[in-house]
Design a protein around this ligand. Structure first.
Ligand code: XMP
Length: 514
């Protein structure tokens, strides 16, 4: 059965992924496409609705991203948001101009409840605005259905043709009635039945994988992170020991992580699969000896990973499929999906497919957002501590040690990080911080311990809150917790005599401390 689909056409707005999230929260499947997607492709997908996102441009400028008029003549309901709203009006003969004042932030909006979009929405509520341009004249056939103090046409519509334009952002949680408005569009206007759910996803994927793989052999590079673990379990449920997972322990993992991964996926664990742990810790320490430059470390770690994997793959021989834990933001970020592409090439170890002899790639999580992957993980009974694991960079602790990486320093940062994570969890704030970890600086300074002078390293604690990991603010961790962590690290980690908290936001800093 073909699932019903709503598509989001991306004009480069910062909230494009949120739009798709909110639609999926209505239990309707949704995908994002760049505004460059052709009309033919759109028609072939038979979407039940189309949503146009915001974007940073002015639609009346010559080079601004646009879409042809035919998009609005397909008979498919269209909802334009912010730039998408202005574009719809501009293309259909309305007028968009620069306003005297920029409307930004929480704003009171007044709407007409007679509009199908605002059915059951209070006549006045708070919405999120972010625009300079505004619709000064609506297109022929449209009528105004909402306004704010500064924006005369905060919403307009052509109900007969199912075309809706709203200047504010219903996808942002600050818009109090946003979910209701999007639900009204997706369910009432587009007529979706809303039957897309996570548990059906698991069942559907298992049967799809079974069908695709048949009695073939499948290989998976397991990192112990959320995505590859969930992908591996899904595969194991579908095809059991036709799956082989290779886990490279490069000695740069968090404390006990290698053993934890083995306990779950190894022979004593709960899954039916072939598990190969490659212990190459010393090999990595040797390669990294004397190397201090962060990019060089990253390169060495990445290349060595490929070499190790290649050696293992050769032992296994040709396989039919290679599993990758690609998730939806990876697809969008690498520019394949939407428009606001942010390339993060360093985020995935490149080159893996080239070193394996395989016929096809399987990416079972390709359509999911991170928190949806976590939901699948819980559906599959994967332990919670693994499902809610924080992002951890491929090069591991190698890039959380400033200067030369040595086995001794790895131990120090592992212990300090473990204490930090333990105290944050004890305080019950672990799920409310975006990412947090300890790094080992290359600074040594004088201290006093008992009656003795010390000359030891300083640990830097990092904790950030972030929505998309592209920007971040340092998290406000209560002072008592930081104090406790400091005291435990100084007392329990040999070689460390100072603890500092990194307040830097991103930009100008990065989240990692390398
Ligand atoms: P930065 O330091 O660039 O980090 O602000 C942004 C996010 O990406 C993670 N990160 C990586 N993830 N491989 C990965 O899989 C990498 O090489 C890598 N470098 C950074 C980082 O932990 C943060 O979540």
């Amino acid at each position: 059965m073909k699932k019903e689909l709503v598509i989001v056409i991306d004009f480069g707005g910062q909230y494009n992924q949120l739009v798709a999230r909110r639609v999926r929260e209505c239990n309707v499947y949704c995908e994002i496409y760049s505004y460059k997607v052709s009309l033919e492709k759109i028609k072939a997908m038979h979407p039940k609705g189309i949503i146009l996102t915001g974007g940073p441009n002015s639609c009346y400028e010559a080079k601004a991203p646009t879409y042809s008029k035919e998009l609005f003549e397909l008979g498919i309901p269209v909802l334009g948001l912010c730039y998408g709203a202005q574009l719809m009006q501009h293309v259909l003969g309305g007028k968009v101009e620069r306003a005297d004042v920029r409307e930004y932030g929480k704003t009171e909006v007044f709407v007409k409840q007679t509009s199908p979009l605002f059915h059951n929405v209070p006549t006045s509520s708070i919405c999120w605005m972010s625009h300079f341009d505004y619709i000064s004249t609506v297109a022929p056939g449209f009528s105004i259905s909402g306004h704010t103090a500064d924006c005369p046409s905060a919403a307009c519509e052509n109900v007969e043709q199912n075309l809706y334009a709203i200047q504010f952002h219903p996808e942002v949680l600050h818009t109090v009635e946003g979910t209701k408005i999007l639900t009204n569009f997706v369910i009432d206007v587009c007529g979706c039945v809303a039957d897309w759910r996570m548990d059906s996803f698991v069942e559907e994927q298992i049967s799809l994988i079974k069908e695709k793989v048949g009695d073939g052999k499948v290989l998976c590079a397991l990192s112990g992170g959320v995505d590859s673990s969930v992908a591996a379990v899904l595969l194991s449920k579908a095809i059991g020991n036709q799956l082989t997972c290779v886990f490279v322990d490069h000695g740069l993992l968090r404390k006990d992580e290698g053993d934890e991964v083995e306990a779950i996926f190894g022979p004593e664990g709960s899954y039916d699969l072939n598990f190969i742990r490659v212990n190459v810790q010393q090999r990595y320490y040797d390669k990294l000896k004397g190397v201090t430059e962060p990019e060089e470390k990253r390169k060495i770690i990445g290349e060595e990973f490929i070499r190790v994997f290649e050696e293992e793959a050769q032992k296994i021989g040709a396989v039919d499929f290679l599993v990758q834990g690609t998730i939806y933001p990876d697809v969008v970020e690498s520019g394949l999906g939407g428009e606001s592409a942010v390339i993060k090439s360093h985020h995935n170890v490149g080159g893996l497919p080239d070193c394996v002899d395989f016929k096809e790639i399987i990416e079972p999580l390709r359509d999911l957002f991170k928190d949806e992957v976590r939901k699948v993980g819980l559906e599959l009974d994967i332990p919670e501590y693994l499902v809610f694991r924080q992002p951890f960079p491929g090069p591991g602790l190698g890039i959380r040690i400033i200067g030369e990486v040595t086995e001794e320093k790895v131990k120090m940062v592992q212990e300090a990080d473990f204490i930090y994570r333990e105290e944050i969890a004890k305080a019950g704030i672990d799920r409310s911080i975006g990412q947090y970890f300890a790094a080992l600086t290359n600074m040594r300074s004088v201290g006093v311990m008992g009656d003795e002078r010390t000359y030891d390293y300083a640990v830097a604690l990092r904790a950030v809150n972030t929505i998309d990991f592209m920007t971040a603010e340092s998290a406000e961790i209560p002072y008592e917790i930081l104090n406790k962590v400091m005291s435990r690290i100084i007392n329990e980690v040999r070689g460390v005599n100072r603890v500092m908290y990194d307040l830097t936001s991103k930009p100008p800093g990065t989240i990692e401390f390398e």
